[in-house]
Ligand binder design. Sequence first.
Ligand code: FAD
Length: 599
Amino acid sequence: MYSYRAPLRDIRFVVHEVLDFEQHYRSFGREELNRDLLEGILEEGARFAEDVLAPTNRIGDEHGLRFEDGQVLTPPGFKEAYDRYCEDGWITMTADPEWGGQGLPGGFALAFSEMLVSGNMAWKMYSGLTESASLTIAAHGSEDLKQRYLPKMVSGEWSGTMCLTEAHSGTDLGILRTKAEPRGDGSYSITGTKIFISAGEHDLTDNIVHLVLARLPDAPAGTKGISLFVVPKRLPDGEGHAGAGNGVRCGSIEHKMGIHASPTCVMHFNDSQGWMLGKPNEGLACMFTMMNHARLGVGLQGQGLSELAWQASIAYANDRLQGRAITGAKLPGKPADPIIVHPDVRRMLLTQKAIVEGGRVLCFLTAREIDSSHLNPDPDARKRSVDLVAFLTPIVKAFLTDASLEVTSLAVQVHGGHGFIRETGVEQLMRDARITPIYEGTNGIQALDLLGRKVFGTGGKSVMMMSDRIREAITKFGSLPEVAPLAAELGKRLDQWGKLTMELGAAAMKNPEEVGAAASDYLQVSGYVTLGWCWLAAAGVAAKKIAAGDAEADFYRAKLVTARHYFDRILPRIDSHAAAARAGAAGLMTLPAEHFAFA
Ligand SMILES: Cc1cc2nc3c(=O)[nH]c(=O)nc-3n(C[C@H](O)[C@H](O)[C@H](O)COP(=O)(O)OP(=O)(O)OC[C@H]3O[C@@H](n4cnc5c(N)ncnc54)[C@H](O)[C@@H]3O)c2cc1C
């Protein structure tokens, strides 16, 4: 059984060396957001994730949740870890000081969030949803709603959920049926049943604030008739404490493939009192504040699980003795060599390493851009950051979660038969990872968002903007001898991506089904190009350090080797995805539906 160690050296490489967070925030006049502050978060955060949280991960998976009399009881250790998380102030890190937060930008908290996911993804979901719900209330709530809910949610006393899904309404929210009737006092009566609600009921907090999508009586059909409501489990009393019940009941919890410690609840709202967020019939737009935040959070889940899978794999590959190195015994005194001597095992490990370390650059780069979209004093630069984040969001969500399926599956493979056995713990990672391409909008929907809205919806400008940013890196690092071939290769891939985008655009003009037929492969192409950008930047920094005679040359050489692996063996996957994206809709849509049935 592996144990989790926070990857501090690599996180430091990304935040200090590749992305230079300190300089970034200084350029916005925020000198207090410096390296020392970030180091404090990294050190203490690593301790929390390793010592407090990681020991609960296996317990959560094995023990799971108990559902008794409508109550959900979390696994042993969960409440203690949650209380400590709140008492030590971690939960308030990025929240607005007006509501009791510490006001740190999200980029500062990201490393800690990644460590929490690796420590225990299911546990992290409780506070992750609360954070997203708080942001949504802050962005769209009335002053009164903010005063009533945000201080309690920011402190962690109350938690939050997002209630979109109904049994017949998953991806297609336009057909949801939950009703909202005005009560005549400015509030609404909410009635309906939501399913699959993460953390809909639990014992970590004494109140749960649900953000519920519902329809007003006169609402138009479809997504244009959805409004968003704050519906607490218990109504705040005169002093702002959790008071009387509000007709909100958990009917049952699901028995799932993974994230056993995260309750997935059927939630009944029966004449529950709610208050509208935003304007009537504009609820879906408001909910996107929550969903975009949560989508990046799910991408980070993929990242955190991949890191853990990689750590488990290297530990095992160094330990497990099987066969001899083809070039002669490495450990002649032992009955066999460790499996890390075998090229095929190296292939698996380096593939994991390339995805994990490249994915980390992508996550932090996106977080840095989000911070820039808030903090940059230049409005044009803020707008550019908003556009880039919009473009990167479906890639972070879908590409990194799909990649986590590969990385966790490789972890099982590296462990051989023992990976399939529960004892080693890696099969849990594969099961936990499997939800990430599904929730927060399936990866198929992310792909449609990328190609349909973000690419064609901007007339291709978003791709050009990304390409310009990537070309800046090519120019910056292209003259370094070790990195020049990578830069040249990435330049070719950029051209290939641009050409593919144009071709698909032309095809989509003739037949709109071409978008759906190409989207998933297009997203993969975009993801591999984006990760190529991340690896070029990482390799460029590493090459400069080596040239400067840095004492940690081994660390930087490993970066160059891994970048090479990415460019040689992973980036070429673009060719097959591009071919599939070009293959067109006809091949998918020609066969009549009745052929997809047993004769
Ligand atoms: C563990 C877990 C936790 C969850 N947590 C929450 C939560 O906290 N709050 C919440 O509201 N929901 C939650 N969900 C629900 C989750 O977001 C949905 O399951 C997801 O959005 C997909 O909806 P669905 O399951 O109804 O699948 P469907 O919408 O029925 O989709 C089935 C398949 O069809 C594809 N498909 C559907 N429509 C289209 C289309 N137009 N174009 C192309 N392909 C399409 C999908 O990509 C998918 O592959 C959770 C689900 C699970 C399993």
